[in-house]
Ligand binder design. Structure first.
Ligand code: ADP
Length: 260
């Protein structure tokens, strides 16, 4: 992208115009860079999966017909990788939807009940113990129920994947907002990596996260969903101690909370 040369001494209209133009070009350039990075990351993700599929199918073609155990092992690996690709594809489609449309279907619902429902859904898949501590019996908010549930599931799934034993979920009411804190006692995130965890495809440890089935898209989806609700999401973490995800949501969508 070409920029206009700026003559700093001249403060006339032409100078102002060139400055605005250069500023716009910088934004276009940043957006194009992000787009290129996204295409490169998405391609890399699928390339890795395709390499795995190619490897296992070759294995079956060479030895799989004589060695039934190898045949079974390869088919299981192929199946798992297909599921992963499907999951990543759905998440990518969802991100694209969120960026272009982002409509909310608002209704009034009880966030305490929604948290219980989400825990109930994931608990059978995990050996970690989850304790839910709401400050009130009911907490009615106006929001997009499905989207809020999706955020809870993303954060809880991460907490279950990366915690050692315990997860605690606190739900409190503030003046015009609710605060949901999900705390785990897990491996934590290094301080220098924290600023990047909401970026698409960002994984703290690529190889480790591939084993846990992570795509690096969950937190970026959660952040966009919370932004749509005019809420906030923040992560605090200490390596080998644990991670805390703090979400605030306005109780009433027409009255966003006053930021402190
Ligand atoms: P993934 O699908 O890989 O979990 P996310 O976008 O949800 O992707 O998270 C991005 C990365 O942040 C993860 O790959 C993981 O390295 C790190 N992370 C997220 N949540 C936690 C957590 N509770 N404890 C430790 N690391 C976490």
């Amino acid at each position: 992208i070409k920029k206009l040369p700026l003559d700093r001494k001249s403060k006339d209209e032409l100078y102002q115009l060139s400055e605005t133009f250069n500023h716009l070009m910088e934004r276009v350039e940043t957006s194009m860079k992000k787009q290129r990075q996204f295409i490169s990351d998405a391609s890399h993700e699928f390339k890795t999966s395709l390499t795995i599929l190619e490897g296992y199918t070759s294995l079956i073609r060479r030895w799989g017909f004589e060695d039934i155990d190898l045949h079974k092992e390869a088919l299981t690996a192929i199946h798992e990788e297909c599921l992963r690709m499907k999951h990543v594809t759905y998440q990518l489609l969802e991100l694209a939807d969120l960026e272009h449309e982002g409509q909310l279907t608002l209704s009034q619902f009880d966030l305490v009940a929604l948290c219980k429902e989400s825990i109930h859904l994931l608990q059978p898949l995990s050996t970690k113990e989850t304790r839910f501590i709401p400050s009130e019996y009911n907490l009615i908010i106006e929001a997009d129920k499905l989207k809020v549930k999706q955020v809870i599931l993303i954060i809880l799934d991460n907490a279950m994947k990366y915690s050692k034993q315990h997860i605690e979920i606190h739900l409190t009411r503030k003046e015009s907002s609710v605060c949901l804190r999900m705390i785990d006692d897990g491996i934590g995130i290094p301080a220098e990596e924290l600023p990047f965890v909401f970026e698409r495809f960002y994984r703290v440890d690529r190889s480790r996260n591939r084993q846990t089935g992570g795509s690096g898209l969950g937190l970026s989806i959660a952040k966009r969903l919370i932004d749509q609700h005019q809420g906030t999401i923040e992560i605090r973490s200490e390596l080998q101690k644990g991670t805390e995800v703090i979400i605030t949501l306005p109780i009433n969508r027409n009255k966003p909370p006053i930021s402190s």
